[in-house]
Ligand binder design. Sequence first.
Ligand SMILES: [Zn+2]
Length: 292
Amino acid sequence: MPVLSEVLTALDALWPPERAEGWDAVGTVCGDPDAEVRRVLFAVDPVQEIADEAVRLGADLLVTHHPLYLRGTTTVAASTFKGKVVHTLIKHDIALHVAHTNADTADPGVSDALAGALDLRVLGPLVPDPSDPAGRRGLGRICELTHPMTLAEFASYAAAHLPATAQGIRAAGDPDREIRTVAVSGGSGDSLFDDVRAAGVDAFLTADLRHHPASEATQTTGRTSPPALLDAAHWATEWPWCEQAAAQLDAVSDRHDWGLRTHVSRTVTDPWTAHAASTPIFTPTHTTGAPR
Ligand SMILES: [Zn+2]
């Protein structure tokens, strides 16, 4: 059975911490390097229900995509929600390790897992990492659909293929537009509109799209038609990485004969828990434009 420091060396090889963004907080949050590791749980968010799940499972290590602390803190008192997570984990000898932007840009990374969940063919990174001579690492992925779909069909398809959330999928654009190529980026992607436009893809699927950037991105400039937008729940775009990451650690475990047991949390930790569709009052402007 490996000890934590050996497993962490393997995780750092998959997602080197030095490739994380400067503002990010990746790596080990708590854990004894000499503690033995048998069970590992992968999840998107280091929230209390995930810490409780790790306890129930008897996990020795919890690997999450999102950091617990992104900035410095002066307290881990259990009266704070993050402090309570730390207390729960330490009380039960569970280590916490974070792979965030270093997993986003890895090969394979978070957006490869998202593309895989949608059965898309990955052509390359949307924003290539200039330090990668092979051109395989970077943020987001440019992909091809296995067969063209209309935007309306692709939105339904994405909603059916990503893990279910209250939000589902929102789309912007002509519902009958044919989609052959799509850029995908797990997590908040509205800083990538310029790259998406430059890539010349038919659509962009990401999460957390806000009014103004989305509104601007859907305006036509010159003769190029803007990409259709698909906005999924943040958690749903990153959860597929947990399965990919667990499979990667399984392969390492097999190579070393570690006998690790990996688990992927199926707890939906997207903060949005309900959705009420509006009663249609106006037909969308791109179909008739007339209120009814
Ligand atoms: Zn995220």
